[in-house]
Ligand binder design. Structure first.
Ligand code: SF4
Length: 322
């Protein structure tokens, strides 16, 4: 007697392609960097600049929990230390930025060059081997960025509709696009303004392009989910106390949608072929993975054979763009 044929039960459906601004920017910057971050999921040590950016975003989000009249520069400054403590409780490895700084400052000959590449310059201003001074310098630099915020906006006159909100939409029938917006303002007439805080330096050309790419991404999601093209996409550069407003239109967002679909197809092809090429640029100076990159004499790890479901980007990933 022949054994009955057993048909395996279908497993859960594989997720379709998805994109976030940070993952899309990774692939555009360097396909191999995308692979290291999203497919191999290699850990990365945040730089001091990135940690400070995460902290300032957290403070600006919490600031709007206060009644409008209490959203003063002093109130924001008072939120810095407790917000840092809360971030450390969630992600203790953030404290390692001070250990990295101690290592850098122990070798003065290379400290300046490495500090420039990793964004530790402010921390190096503190005396070496003095953790309290390094922490004070770090928290002080976050307060300075908040001063930049108050120079361009008055939060007592704003009532955001959403903060650090995850938004998503499906385009081209199967591509899920999603990301975290810092702030969404809605006027009484229903006009939308998307606001993104930038904690880095001035909008140099390459970075401004990345920032606008990110904001158009959010605009497309809002247009596809709410049927309204945002009236304003606002970049707030805290370091230079500058605001950059941009008004997209529907034709532009339609073209942008086609760009995202093409980008997603390129990513899916690279995954099928297991072919993610390095694309060296000046951004290599900020890359955590030079030791594994062929452009720097390294060898990437074997391509993962198990669970290559791409890792979703987090709010902090999107905050670090631009
Ligand atoms: S070092 Fe440069 S080329 Fe290599 S993976 Fe990083 S960003 Fe890409």
């Amino acid at each position: 007697m022949t054994a009955p044929t057993v048909t395996p039960l279908p497993g859960p459906p594989l997720p379709g392609p998805s994109l976030s601004p940070s993952r899309a920017a990774d692939f555009k910057t360097c396909p191999l960097l995308f692979r290291f971050r999203t497919v191999d999921r290699l850990p990365e040590q945040p730089s001091a600049d990135q940690a400070r950016g995460t902290l300032v975003h957290a403070v600006l989000e919490r600031l709007f929990d206060l009644p409008a009249a209490e959203r003063t520069p002093e109130a924001a400054a008072a939120l810095v230390a407790p917000s840092w403590a809360a971030l450390l409780a969630d992600e203790p490895s953030l404290a390692d930025i001070f250990a990295v700084t101690a290592r850098l400052s122990a070798d003065p000959a290379v400290a300046a060059a490495e500090a420039d590449a990793t964004g530790q310059a402010v921390l190096l201003d503190a005396p070496p081997a003095d953790d309290a001074a390094r922490l004070a310098a770090f928290l002080g630099s976050a307060r300075t960025l908040l001063d930049g915020y108050f120079a361009v906006e008055d939060p007592r006159r704003l009532e955001p509709a959403e903060r650090e909100a995850l938004i998503s939409a499906t385009v081209d029938e199967e591509l899920l696009i999603r990301g975290y917006i810092d702030r969404l303002d809605v006027s009484p007439a229903g006009d939308l303004r998307v606001v993104d805080y930038k904690t880095g330096g001035a909008p140099r050309e390459a970075f401004e392009g990345r920032a606008l790419f990110q904001l158009k991404f959010y605009a497309l999601v809002l247009w596809r989910t709410r049927g309204v093209v945002p009236r304003v996409l606002r970049l707030v550069y805290l370091k230079d106390a500058e605001v950059c407003d941009y008004s997209p239109d529907a034709d532009e967002l339609e073209r942008f949608e086609r760009t995202l679909v093409a980008l997603s197809q390129a990513i899916e092809k690279a995954k099928r072929d297991q072919d993610f090429r390095p694309k060296p640029s000046r951004l290599c100076g900020w890359c955590n993975h030079q030791a594994l990159c062929p452009e720097f004499g390294g060898t990437p790890p074997p391509y993962p054979t198990v669970d290559t479901t791409p890792l979703e980007a987090t709010a902090a990933d999107d905050d670090r763009l631009g």
